[in-house]
Design a binder for this molecule. Structure first.
Ligand SMILES: [Zn+2]
Length: 166
């Protein structure tokens, strides 16, 4: 049973190791993470958020409800064009135990390469919400949280809410 790790837990600040082998254990964790993501109405969840320091994540395109299970994902290129979009994180919760949202500027589109749960090499160009999700989730694999992209004053506004939790 995997447990959600919250902001303040140092596991969220580590750089993850590449996955060497696709094992039944890994496939089980990916499936469990999809369930956790759905249960919390999230659109993405990365391994360190459940305490596993390996490079894998799950995400869902909310428009098509396509679920991606990405092993060793890499953003290989991104657009120069950026877009400002609201983000939240299942590891950054406010007083009501719900994600705290803030606007973050990131590239509008990205090309991502990954290995799927069967071992197949995959690639996709993503824009809009899926591009946003995959950038947020791959950041987690390098110990980066979305609040790190905020100006200090706005980050402090988010952290004030996080500290009010329970
Ligand atoms: Zn997150």
């Amino acid at each position: 049973m995997l447990q959600m790790k919250l902001c303040g837990d140092l596991v969220l600040r580590q750089k993850c190791d590449a996955v060497a082998d696709i094992t039944p254990e890994l496939q089980g964790m990916l499936n469990e993470m999809v369930e956790m993501m759905r249960a919390q109405n999230g659109v993405g969840l990365a391994a360190p958020q459940v305490g596993v320091l390996q490079r894998f994540l799950v995400m869902m395109d909310p428009d098509t409800e396509t679920v991606y299970k990405m092993i060793n994902p890499r953003i290989v290129s991104h657009s120069d064009k950026t877009v400002n979009m609201e983000e939240g994180c299942l590891s950054v919760l406010g007083p009501d135990n719900l994600p705290v949202f803030a606007h973050v500027t990131r590239p509008a589109s990205v090309v991502v390469e990954w290995t799927d749960e069967t071992g197949a090499a995959c690639a996709a160009e993503m824009s809009g919400v899926p591009a946003r999700i995959v950038q947020h989730e791959t950041d987690h694999l390098d110990g980066i949280l979305f609040i790190d992209h905020l100006a200090a004053v706005r980050r402090e506004m988010v952290m004030r809410k996080v500290r009010k939790r329970k």
